[in-house]
Design a protein around this ligand. Sequence first.
Ligand code: ADP
Length: 262
Amino acid sequence: YKVNYAPYKNEKNEKGGLVLVIQDITEQEKLENMRKEFVANVSHELKTPLTSIKSYTETLLNGALENKEIAKNFLSVVYSEADRMTRLVRDLLQLSNFDSKKVFFNKTKNDLVKLINNSIMKLDMTVKNKKQRLEFITKYDSLEGYFDYDRIEQVILNIISNAIKYTEERGKVEVFLEKEDNTAIIRVKDTGIGIPKEDLSRIFERFYRVDKARSRELGGTGLGLSIAKEIIEAHNGLIKIDSEVGKGTEVTIHLPLKEDNM
Ligand code: ADP
């Protein structure tokens, strides 16, 4: 609370008491702080790859170009840093479009089983490279519902990619699909590093990461989960995360299947 006060005077200018103004600014202040933090985060996230691009090109211009092997090496760093910036800007633009409600969700009749199978196929190489097992467990041959296929696929790909990323080699990732009333329940469970209890409540915040260095190394932008939440909530669904350090993480998504879930 913000408290302002002034002595009270009547028409004859005689003092008598005090005027108190109590204002609840905590919410407003919180939003302002979040905005500031967000801008600081964006600046930092853009500055890191830029610094790296600058120093590598500088070294190339100063003679490193003469050595073909070194030049190739440096250029691949420049390329991957530019790539990181592209991903970051793409994610930021998507979030900004959600914020200004510019996004149109194309909810059409789709099959969730097909969507999950396709997502798993797309991640096949990543899983093989880490010698992990990725399993899809469901009793359904098909499960139809009204949702934006591309956006839901984006969410599923992101959640499964996270499970793969934050799980060691030879670990296991399982995707379960169930149905309750008219809601699909998708669970992605991994045997990975887990998330400390104190971080769990903040994990859907923009740029919130347990281990910034590790996330960056793995190519993360720190925006994936916040985008996933926006998309699921735009479908009137919900997304939650449970985890235990050293044991694994489970992300649960409730996705309404009926046509009128706008
Ligand atoms: P990032 O691009 O960093 O992966 P996300 O928004 O997708 O960003 O996730 C935010 C953070 O949540 C990650 O940096 C990581 O610390 C944590 N996280 C997400 N999924 C998992 C998981 N399956 N296991 C462990 N940690 C996870």
